[in-house]
Design a binder for this molecule. Structure first.
Ligand SMILES: *Cc1c(COP(=O)(O)O)cnc(C)c1O
Length: 485
């Protein structure tokens, strides 16, 4: 056996490599089973073949220099144009292909920051950092953008029943340092569309940038609207919307590494671009964060859009819509479960006042499903989040029956002694002042050993749910810093 910690002295054949890579998958989620209700956006085998073919065909081409591979520019243009017309864009709307929602969001926040600085030179002189206003339901990627771009965030509560952004509260949060507001269509956690038209009105009154996060919903919502669902306007047809992010690696079913960021016009997009001629090497002008980049993702995105076409996507949307409505009525009719927000698309979050939800999720996962849990935050209680994909549909009846069975199973489960003792301990200590050593000891108690992947069961989730968000962040940062040495 060779030592896996150094480059092997001699190489292996393609077959040996393939075999070893296959063997690594042992503990991975079996997403092709159709029993995974999170992370995967799977439209079936034929589409998988289409994206793999396109991806590998353009794997080695480099998107660094648009003059070297015009094929990549052509595909980016076509993908961006399809995205813009899908979202109510007129010919003024422009955009770029990016590696994912996070990159699209960081770029839009950067453009908003530099647009504001250009128009409001007093921002540069102010001692206070510019502020972006986020409903608490805005994706973590906006927090990451603020962190990377040195901006302040103002978090605003949402309506505690609908979990939609509250325009009056957003308006009240504006001050002279504010540069940007954010709304989602749809939000990840509760899958609801924020009142974008009202937010846009406020943004226009105050001359602020409004970004619409359509990473999850931008692609599918127009099809849901065509199918008769009441989807409010959220695209460029709403005056005041400056930019929109829309992932293609979610419900356009592209290979991962595919999103677009769109701007109302070129004057706004200009603030996104970085150019550097002040060094001894090749001059760069990068619209996106990446510089050298594979042509694979854009080719795969182009391929899948052309593979399905409007008719194909409408058909997929109709199938997941019917299934989502069934899940929602199942939860509505179940005496002990309740919807957390009423989904506008095909994800459903549900919780319970009487059943321990993390136990319920664990029981489901032990029966061969994979469901995601969301910790409580603000008015949003801990819940189970299902993404309903075409590949899941054949299992829908079984899943719902199992949810019913698992509720009975966990209803009277005894509370965990660990959680009970931690609850007591937490009441006495201030987690913010705990030193790293103590923090690690506490993590070890909860079953998180340095450098290993813990089994995330009900107990660990219950512990995390007990912690205030800042402490959750500290624990997870510590975990990540240990995971890959
Ligand atoms: C997935 C998602 C993002 C982030 O996208 P990544 O592709 O994971 O970087 C942002 N916003 C929403 C609403 C999302 O669902």
């Amino acid at each position: 056996m060779t030592d896996p910690r150094s480059i092997p002295p001699r190489g292996s054949t393609p077959e040996q490599i393939a075999e070893r890579l296959e063997a690594f998958r042992d503990a991975d989620l079996d997403w092709r089973s159709g029993k995974v209700w999170a992370y995967m956006f799977d439209p079936g085998e034929t589409a998988e073949r289409v994206i793999k073919q396109a991806y590998t065909a353009y794997l080695s081409e480099n998107g660094l220099d648009p003059t070297a591979f015009p094929s990549l520019v052509r595909m980016e243009k076509e993908v961006v144009a399809m995205a813009a017309s899908h979202l109510g864009g007129d010919p003024e709307v422009v955009g770029n292909f990016t590696s994912g929602g996070t990159e699209s969001i960081i770029l839009a926040v950067k453009a908003a920051r530099d647009w504001a600085r250009a128009r409001r030179p007093e921002l540069a002189r102010a001692s206070q950092r510019p502020k972006i206003i986020l409903p608490i339901t805005a994706h973590a990627a906006f927090h990451k953008a603020a962190h990377y771009l040195d901006l302040d965030k103002v978090l605003v509560d949402v309506d505690p029943h609908t979990f939609k952004a509250d325009p009056a509260a957003m308006r009240a949060a504006i001050d002279e340092h504010t540069i940007m507001m954010v709304g989602s269509a749809v939000s990840y956690a509760h899958c609801v569309v924020d009142p974008i038209a009202e937010l846009a009105e406020i943004a226009r009154e105050h001359d602020l940038w409004l970004h619409v996060d359509g990473c999850m919903g931008g692609f599918l919502l127009p099809y849901f609207r065509k199918l008769g669902r009441p989807v409010p306007a959220f695209g460029f047809e709403v005056a005041g919307v400056c930019s929109i992010s829309m992932d293609l690696h979610k419900y356009a079913f592209a290979a991962k590494g595919a999103s677009v960021v769109l701007y109302r016009n070129k004057a706004l997009r200009r603030h996104q671009i970085f150019t550097c001629a002040s060094w001894t090497g090749y001059t760069i002008s990068n619209p996106t964060i990446q510089s050298s980049k594979s042509g694979g993702p854009v080719a795969a995105a182009w391929a899948v859009l052309n593979h399905f076409g409007e008719a194909g996507y409408l058909e997929l949307a109709s199938r997941v819509l019917t299934a989502t409505e069934r899940v929602m009525s199942f939860v509505d009719e179940h005496p002990e479960l309740r919807l957390i927000g009423r989904s506008d698309m095909n994800h459903v979050a549900f919780g319970s006042e009487t059943i321990p939800v993390f136990r319920l999720a664990e029981a489901l996962n032990q029966r061969g499903w994979y469901v995601q849990v969301q910790l409580g935050y603000g008015a949003s209680p801990a819940n189970i989040h299902l993404c309903i994909n075409p590949a899941n549909l054949r299992w829908l009846d079984e899943l719902l029956a199992d949810i019913g069975r698992c509720v009975e199973l966990v209803r009277d489960s005894a509370p965990s002694p660990l959680v009970a003792s931690l609850t007591q301990a937490l009441a006495q200590i201030d987690l913010a002042s705990v030193d790293d050593q103590t923090l690690r000891q506490m993590m070890a108690m909860a079953g998180i050993a340095p450098g290993t992947i813990p089994k995330v069961g009900a107990e660990l989730n219950e512990v995390l749910d007990l912690l205030p968000p800042a402490a959750r962040e500290r624990v997870l940062t510590e975990f990540m810093n240990e995971l890959v040495a």
